[in-house]
Design a protein around this ligand. Structure first.
Ligand SMILES: Nc1ncnc2c1ncn2[C@@H]1O[C@H](COP(=O)(O)OP(=O)(O)OP(=O)(O)O)[C@@H](O)[C@H]1O
Length: 365
């Protein structure tokens, strides 16, 4: 089994040790050498499996020894900021300093941000492009505005791609068969690195089918979690709702019923300038509950998070996999609780798909 010292520059390995990351997992062992060799790489592996490092480490190492520019694209500013923070930390350990920019690529060597910002920019010497949550950003049915922005970028970079001068990384946690086919047809040269199984084995899943007062049911599952004898009582909870209004309504409820939680909200109506601070406050443990929507379902990493509540049922199996995947990361135990009103249970198409996803997961164990 390779060590990080064998895979990457010793400085980067030292930077990882500072983050208490000492041994590469199998996904990283397979993907990092491919990235360093300059191949196009598609990594599809479970939520929380450390995919960020599969592209950040080879990118930083390649930038350290060349004058190339690279960009990492993410669907939201919060996720981009999380990736940029890891990149900034690791960049300090390189031989040559690398600027990590979030506002626009300019002369900087590594840009980390949302596709719309890159589409507006001069692409200069950009020769390495990583797309995190690539299924959402590249496939139809994902984030349409960001997808159009990426198409613009890819069109500009097409001449470089045609001569093999552009390296592409695609990362995602879950791919439907249709999206996999779509991506492989479009990028036939990518080397695929994957993992069998959709859900991590340390994730406990609990479906509550109920009739009547949904708010009371939520308070009940929160109290049950506090009394859980496996998960730490101080662990944090993320509650996913269908819309911003539901988040604010439940915040008012929890402020009365569970004031010690110091509940926060993060959704489409949250002011842009406060979103980063909210995520940071939750990450640092100043609040035990975050009420949110699909916008926080992808990529965000909150190490203290032990419980995800799906207050409103997810739209499909992909949404389930991503929301649930905010917990049980880095091999830690976690719990996802899905509230399903009895009247919805029969018409919930997602239900069968989730069962399918879970079956695939247990087959992978
Ligand atoms: N080899 C490793 N050993 C221990 N921890 C690791 C390792 N690699 C990554 N991590 C940590 O695991 C956590 C999850 O990593 P990351 O956010 O990259 O997951 P991901 O696969 O991108 O998840 P998602 O699909 O939800 O976006 C992070 O806190 C990261 O620091």
């Amino acid at each position: 089994m390779a060590t990080f010292e064998q895979l990457v520059h010793p400085g980067l390995a030292a930077g990882l040790r500072e983050l208490k990351i000492v041994a590469p997992n199998s996904i990283q062992q397979n993907a990092i050498p491919l990235g360093l060799s300059g191949r196009d790489v598609l990594v599809c592996a479970q939520t929380g499996s450390g995919k960020t490092l599969t592209f950040l480490l080879p990118i930083l190492q390649r930038l350290d020894s060349s004058d190339q520019q690279a960009a990492v694209l993410a669907p939201t500013e919060q996720l981009a900021h999380q990736v940029a923070s890891v990149a900034r930390h690791l960049a300090k350990y390189l031989k040559r300093p690398i600027d990590v920019a979030e506002d626009g690529p300019g002369e900087r060597k590594l840009f980390v941000g949302t596709p719309d910002k890159l589409a507006r920019a001069e692409l200069g010497h950009l020769t390495i492009l990583a797309i995190d949550e690539a299924d959402l950003l590249l496939c139809a049915g994902g984030l349409e505005a960001q997808r159009l922005a990426i198409e613009e970028v890819l069109q500009t970079l097409e001449p470089r791609a045609a001569t093999g001068a552009l390296q592409l990384y695609l990362a995602m946690a879950h791919l439907t068969e249709q999206r996999e086919e779509e991506l492989l047809k479009r990028f036939p040269h990518v080397q695929q690195v994957g993992h069998v199984g959709v859900m991590v084995p340390t994730l406990r899943q609990c479906f509550h089918y109920f009739r009547g007062d949904k708010d009371a049911k939520l308070l009940f599952v929160l109290s049950e979690f506090e009394a859980d004898d496996i998960l730490p009582p101080e662990g944090a909870t993320m509650i996913f709702c269908a819309c911003s209004g539901a988040c604010e309504r439940l915040k008012a409820l929890l402020e009365v019923e569970k004031p010690a939680y110091q509940t926060l909200t993060l959704h489409e109506e949250s002011p842009l300038e406060t979103r980063g601070a909210v995520a940071q406050c939750f990450r640092e443990g100043n609040s035990r509950v975050l009420l949110t929507t699909d916008m926080a379902a992808r990529g965000l990493d909150f190490p203290r998070l032990r419980h995800v509540v799906l207050f409103d049922p997810p739209q499909d199996a992909t949404a389930f996999v991503h929301s649930a995947g905010r917990t049980a990361r880095r091999g830690q135990e976690g719990l996802v609780t899905c509230l399903v009103e009895a009247s919805q249970a029969t018409k919930c198409h997602f239900d069968g798909k989730i069962v399918h996803a879970l079956k695939a997961s247990s087959e992978g164990e």
